[in-house]
Design a protein around this ligand. Structure first.
Ligand code: HEM
Length: 444
C-alpha cells in the first residue's frame, strides 16, 4: 500500500481478513488509506488482544512501538521523564518514504520562514518540548483558554454559531464540513488570535496546508505548499510586530509577544507555536463537529434522546470526542532503555500512543466501547485529549464550541440528515472528514 498521489480503495471486509491473517510481526495499522476507508479498527482490535505493545515495522512511516490499550497509553503519557516529546509528536516518514517524496520534488516543503537552516531545525512548538521549557510556554498561552476568558468568549461564539446556522439552506444538500464545522472553528480561532474575522478562513486554509500532502485535494504540488506557508509566516510575523507595538491584550499573539518568558523567542519558535495553535484548535474541533452529525445520524435512537433532552448535550459532546478521537495518535521518543509490559524498548525508539485504540479498549471503557452512547456513565473518561503534562490545553474551548453549536442547532432544526457517506481524511494522525453532504428538511 502507498500514500502516494493516488488513493487506494480499501474494502472493510478485506481489511478485517487482512488484519487477522497477516503475521503479527508484519502487522502495521499506520497506513493513511486504512483510516480514509474507516478500515483501521480490526487491526487495533487484534493488537489490543494479542500484542498490545507492538513493534511495528517501517512502512511509509518509521518503525515504532504501537501502544494500543488505554492503561498503557496513560502509563506512557504520564512518564515524560522516559518518553520525550522533544523529537516530535507525529510518526516521521521512513527513509524509503523520504526518498520517494524527494523524487517527487517534495524536499523541505516548509517555507524557509519556519525552518532554521543554521541550526538545522524545523518549526519549534511547546507540544514538542519537555519540561522545563514546555511548562513555561504552556503557562503563557493557558490564560487565553482559561475558564475566565471562556466566559468572555461564550456570547461571541453563540452569536456567530446562530449566524452560521441561520444562513444554511433548507431542503437542499450542502457540505456540513465547509458551511458549519470550518466556519465555527475558524471564527473561534480568529477570536483567540485576535485576527480580523474577514481573514478567518485563511486560518482554516493554512491549517489544511500545513498538514497536506500534495495530490490529496488540498495542494497540488510541494512548491504550492511552500508558497502558501510563506504567506502564512509573513502574516503572523506582521501580527507579532503590531502586537508588540501596542499595549498587552487578551489574545494569544499579544500574550506571546508580551509574555515575560516568551517575548524573547525567535521567529522559528514563535511561528512554530502559531502553527501549533492553528492546527490544535482547528482540525480537531472541526472534525468533532462533523463527527457529531455523523454519529447521531448513524445512531438515530441517540439523536432522539438528544432532541427530547437537550440536557444531554454535554455528555453527547464528550461521547463524540471519545468516539471520533480526532487525533488518532501522539508519538514519543524513549530517552533510555525501558522495559514495558515485558517488551524491551531501547533508547531512541519511537512510541505511538494510539488514542483511537485506547478509546475503544474493552478493558477501560465500560459497556460496549464501539457503541455511540450519549448516556454513558463516565463520558469524560477517554484519552482523546491525551494525558499528563501535554494534555490538550484547548479542551474546554473545544467542548464549549460543541456545546454551543448543538444548543443552537436544537433550537432551530428538528433534523440534520446525512445524505451520503462522508469523504474521510487521508491521514493516520488527523482523523476526520473532508466533505459531508447533509440536508435540513425544515426549521422548527
Ligand atoms: C476536540 C478537540 C481537540 C482534541 C481531540 C485535541 C487533542 C489534543 C491532544 C491529544 C493533545 C496532546 C498532545 C500530546 O500529548 O502530545 C493536545 C494538545 C494540545 N492542544 Fe488540543 N485538541 C483539541 C482542541 C484544541 C483546541 C480548541 C486548541 C486551541 C485553542 C488546542 C490546542 C492544543 C495545544 C496548544 C496543545 C499542546 C499542549 C501541550 O503540549 O502542553 N486543542 N490536543
Amino acid at each position: 500500500m502507498s500514500d502516494g498521489a493516488v488513493d487506494i480503495q480499501v474494502d472493510k471486509a478485506e481489511a478485517r481478513d487482512d488484519a487477522y491473517s497477516t503475521p503479527l510481526d508484519e502487522l502495521n495499522p499506520a497506513k493513511p488509506e486504512l483510516f480514509q476507508a474507516d478500515a483501521h479498527w480490526p487491526y487495533f482490535e487484534r493488537l489490543r488482544a494479542e500484542d498490545p505493545v507492538h513493534w511495528t515495522p517501517a512502512g511509509n512511516l518509521e518503525a515504532h512501538w504501537a501502544i494500543t490499550r488505554f492503561d498503557d497509553i496513560v502509563a506512557i503519557d504520564t512518564n515524560h521523564q522516559v518518553f520525550s516529546s522533544e523529537g516530535g509528536i507525529t510518526l516521521p516518514p521512513s527513509e524509503a518514504r523520504i526518498a520517494q517524496v524527494e523524487a517527487q520534488g517534495g524536499g523541505g516543503a516548509m517555507s524557509s520562514l519556519f525552518v532554521d537552516e543554521e541550526k538545522q531545525r524545523g518549526p519549534s512548538m511547546f507540544i514538542a518540548m519537555d519540561p522545563p521549557k514546555h511548562d513555561v510556554q504552556r503557562k503563557t498561552v493557558s490564560p487565553a483558554v482559561s475558564p475566565h476568558n471562556l466566559i468572555r468568549l461564550e456570547p461571541l461564539i453563540r452569536e456567530e454559531a446562530g449566524r452560521i446556522l441561520d444562513a444554511l439552506p433548507i431542503g437542499e444538500p450542502f457540505d456540513w464540513v465547509d458551511k458549519v464545522s470550518m466556519e465555527l472553528t475558524a471564527m473561534t480561532l480568529a477570536t483567540l488570535f485576535g485576527v480580523d474575522q474577514a481573514d478567518r478562513r485563511k486560518l482554516t486554509r493554512w491549517s489544511d496546508v500545513v498538514m497536506a500532502q500534495p495530490g490529496h485535494g488540498v495542494v497540488d504540488t510541494w512548491e504550492q505548499k511552500r508558497q502558501e506557508m510563506t504567506e502564512y509566516g509573513m502574516y503572523f510575523l506582521k501580527l507579532w510586530h503590531e502586537r508588540l507595538a501596542s499595549a498587552p491584550a487578551g489574545d494569544l499573539i499579544s500574550m506571546l509577544a508580551h509574555g515575560e518568558e516568551t517575548r524573547g523567542m525567535d521567529q522559528f519558535e514563535y511561528l512554530g507555536n502559531v502553527i501549533l495553535l492553528t492546527i490544535g484548535g482547528n482540525d480537531t474541533t472541526r472534525n468533532t463537529i462533523s463527527g457529531s452529525v455523523y454519529a447521531l445520524n448513524k445512531n438515530p435512537d441517540q439523536y432522539d434522546k438528544l432532541r427530547k433532552d437537550p440536557e444531554l448535550i454535554p455528555s453527547m459532546v464528550s461521547e463524540t470526542i471519545r468516539w471520533q478521537t480526532p487525533l488518532a495518535h501522539m508519538r514519543r521518543t524513549a530517552l533510555s532503555d525501558f522495559e514495558f509490559q515485558g517488551k524491551q524498548m531501547k533508547a531512541g525508539d519511537l512510541v505511538a500512543m494510539w488514542y483511537v485504540s485506547g478509546n475503544r479498549d474493552e478493558r477501560a471503557i465500560a459497556g460496549d466501547p464501539n457503541a455511540y452512547d450519549i448516556t454513558r456513565e463516565r463520558p469524560r473518561h477517554h484519552v482523546a485529549f491525551g494525558f499528563g503534562i501535554h494534555r490538550c490545553v484547548g479542551n474546554r474551548v473545544a467542548e464549549l464550541q460543541l456545546r454551543i453549536i448543538w444548543e443552537e442547532i436544537l433550537k432551530r432544526f428538528p433534523d440534520i440528515q446525512l445524505i451520503e457517506e462522508p469523504r474521510r481524511t487521508h491521514s493516520v494522525f488527523v482523523k476526520g472528514y473532508e466533505r459531508m453532504l447533509v440536508q435540513i428538511p425544515t426549521r422548527n
